[in-house]
Write a protein of this length. Structure first.
Length: 493
């Protein structure tokens, strides 16, 4: 037998009011939270663009400063030697001159001079702050290089000699074979910029050199300054304190010039210690830099023809992590500054803010809902339920006059409803009382009529008529006897 259909029970007034309040407050909170969450996520791209602009601007200014200092110093060298202010054949004059130029420019790593015959003169600054003067004599007959290194300590009083060391270089050093020398001879009338790996430190360096041409049009040598590009890596690393990710500088051949990962920037490739080469971006170990390299390949970016900022997004298929990559050309040489920023580095802050906002909204929603529920219960639910109970009491005939007095004294709509209901209840009560009295009166009248009817029915029966007749005979006999007795008593007297 199928079960009878049961209509689902509707929630009570209190539950309905609470649900409505929570729904209203929750919807309001969602209207605030959801758009903010979406906008904050979209703003990540804007934030990353701002970071890229700051990195690009700061890096461009730093590179421009290095190039400007190198040009100024290199012009000073040319002017001094071109006007014969320094005698490069005098060992003391040339050593003092090169050391003085290096000491006056703390950004420089080398001030150097190479001769066509293979000899080399150079002042070097080492990371510990000491200055070294290198004199490298090339022996063409034996193919060897004898070098003498004089070490100095810098102080406010000047240069303090620390010692002299002489040894044979291995591999030998021949000036015209060095990249900076060859690059200068390729355009002797212009300043040459050469980026290569310094053999002494195995890190990238930048040389600004020019050829010294005598009146006969012959090249007497090449002179210039060298800057170890680890300075740029250190500068990029300082910028990294304001963001999470990697910044780097590469050339058009995708060779790494500088990077926030200093270890990658100083790592060179090539087995030949005499000819170390710049690290290719594709061969680095840093995962973020490899993502940048992969993006260049996937997007087919031509760094040599890059003229403006290019932005890309990369999503790791394994982790689902999203990365924002940018490439911006610098004005110097064919250099490009790039950035790789994990979106999660900003989502962490966004999610933290979202959790904070969600917590605030939750507390606000809870407090607001609680206050709203209490007010709804006090101002609406209780009065309405009181009226409902009064209706139930009327139905159960338990209504008492004045039962809605407190609610009826309110001045709002519920109070008006209570007053109207109270009047209706009083009228109903009065009508009920009147009806009850009428019922009682009617019941008495009905009982009397019924009694008379029953008596009539009894009187009209043959048995009752016979009984009445017999009773009358008995009454007559009794009257005769009483008369006789009375007469006898009278006669006796």
């Amino acid at each position: 037998m199928p079960l009878p259909f049961r209509r689902p029970q509707m929630p009570g007034l209190k539950a309905t009011l609470v649900g409505a309040m929570l729904l209203t407050v929750g919807t309001t909170a969602a209207i605030v939270y959801v758009p903010w969450s979406l906008v904050s996520k979209r703003n990540i791209d804007t934030i990353v663009d701002q970071v890229n602009q700051e990195i690009t601007l700061g890096t461009s200014q730093e590179v421009e400063k290095l190039f400007s200092n190198a040009e100024s110093a290199q012009s000073l060298l040319n002017s001094s030697l071109g006007q014969n202010l320094v005698d490069m054949t005098n060992p003391q004059d040339r050593e003092l001159f090169l050391l003085s130029v290096l000491q006056a420019n703390p950004d420089f790593t080398w001030v150097q001079y190479g001769e066509p015959g293979g000899d080399f003169l150079g002042a070097q600054r080492t990371p510990d702050g000491q200055l070294h003067f290198h004199l490298r004599d090339w022996n063409g007959a034996s193919g060897t290089t004898q070098t003498t290194v004089s070490t100095y300590k810098t102080s406010a009083e000047g240069l303090t000699p620390l010692g002299i060391e002489t040894y044979e270089m291995d591999p030998p050093y021949f000036s015209p074979d060095r990249p900076w020398y060859r690059n200068t001879l390729a355009s002797p009338q212009k300043r040459a910029w050469t980026v290569y790996v310094y053999r002494s430190t195995q890190s990238p360096g930048l040389d600004a050199t020019t050829a010294l041409i005598n009146p006969k049009g012959e090249i007497d040598g090449v002179i210039g300054v060298g800057i170890e590009l680890s300075q740029l890596s250190e500068y990029l690393q300082q910028l990294k304190s304001g963001y999470s990710g990697e910044a780097f500088i590469i050339n058009a051949q995708r060779e790494l010039i500088a990077s926030t990962d200093v270890a990658e920037a100083v790592l060179t490739q090539g087995q030949d210690a005499a000819d170390p080469r710049l690290q290719q971006l594709a061969t680095v170990d840093n995962s973020l830099l490899r993502i940048a390299s992969q993006t260049l390949v996937n997007q087919g970016v031509d760094l040599d023809g890059l003229s403006e900022l290019r932005r890309f997004a990369f999503k790791d298929p394994n982790t689902g992590e999203r990365y924002l990559i940018s490439f911006t050309p610098l004005e110097q040489l064919d250099w490009v500054v790039g950035t790789v920023i994990p979106e999660s580095s900003y989502l962490v802050e966004v999610n933290r803010n979202k959790r904070t906002l969600l917590g605030i909204i939750a507390v606000f929603t809870g407090l607001t809902a609680g206050v709203a529920v209490l007010m709804a219960d006090r101002l609406i639910a209780r009065p309405v339920l009181g009226i409902a109970r009064t209706a139930a009491d009327i139905e159960a005939e338990k209504f008492e006059l004045g039962q809605l007095g407190a609610i009826a004294r309110r001045t709002d709509e519920i109070g008006q409803l209570a007053r109207v209901f109270d009047r209706m209840a009083q009228q109903v009560y009065s009508r009920e009382q009147k009806l009850k009295q009428q019922v009682r009166d009617l019941r008495i009248e009905i009982d009397e009529t019924k009694r008379k009817k029953q008596v009539k029915e009894i009187v009209e029966t043959d048995f009752f008529q016979d009984l009445t007749a017999k009773a009358q005979v008995l009454r007559n006999r009794s009257s005769t006897v009483k008369t006789a007795v009375a007469e006898a008593k009278r006669l006796d007297c």
